[in-house]
Design a protein around this ligand. Structure first.
Ligand code: SF4
Length: 198
């Protein structure tokens, strides 16, 4: 896998794309993009936690927007998030339950900052679907104590994107592919040269 090619393809899709050697560099890059008194919402992310970004944005110099405040979320200066997968041709793939994260990635906050380890890079959308069904969703269901088949068995009931477990606790409710963006540079993707998150 050629990371430079992935970065270039993200840029072709009108996203800013930056490489960070490690999680500390990623945190510094995020810090440089934020400004004093910025309002910030997050999608809730193991990657952001591991990079120390969740802790950093709780500092007094920023205004953290709680996820329940929908109006404030959609008018925030930034959303910070991980991603479930990045395809080699420069697309983001995300699957959500409550869907505040995918909603704000699509529309609302002025800037979107995505932080992702190299483990999130996959060949194509089909592999992104499998990545969610085999890795991201089962691990997140365990983390969030969801009563789903994947939390018990370690993978989805099916590899078919059209088939879900159809349970009350299911977290695979909205599937979003972020391809070429209309607004140049609204989304910035920081790819970190480490394995991070799910
Ligand atoms: S559809 Fe259900 S079983 Fe499949 S990955 Fe999502 S939550 Fe898990």
């Amino acid at each position: 896998m050629d990371i430079n090619k992935v970065l270039d393809n993200l840029r072709k899709n009108n996203m800013n794309a930056v490489f960070a050697e490690n999680r500390d560099c990623a945190r510094e890059l995020v810090k440089e993009m934020l400004f004093e008194d910025a309002s910030i919402t997050t999608g809730g992310s193991v990657t952001l936690d591991q990079c120390g970004i969740t802790k950093m944005i709780r500092e007094d110099r920023y205004r953290l927007v709680e996820r329940g405040d929908k109006a404030a979320m959609f008018s925030a200066d930034f959303i910070l998030s991980g991603t479930n997968a990045i395809t080699e041709d420069g697309k983001l793939y995300n699957v959500d339950g409550y869907s505040n994260r995918v909603a704000c990635i699509c529309h609302g906050p002025k800037k979107v900052i995505i932080v992702a380890g190299v483990n999130k890079i996959v060949k194509d959308i089909q592999q992104a679907v499998l990545r969610v069904k085999h890795i991201a969703a089962p691990k997140n269901c365990i983390r969030l104590s969801r009563n789903t088949p994947c939390a018990r068995t370690g993978k989805c009931i099916s590899d078919d994107i059209n088939k879900t477990c159809n349970t009350a606790d299911m977290i695979c409710c909205n599937y979003v592919i972020s391809a070429k963006q209309r607004e140049q540079g609204r989304i910035t993707v920081i790819i970190v040269n480490e394995e991070l998150g799910y």
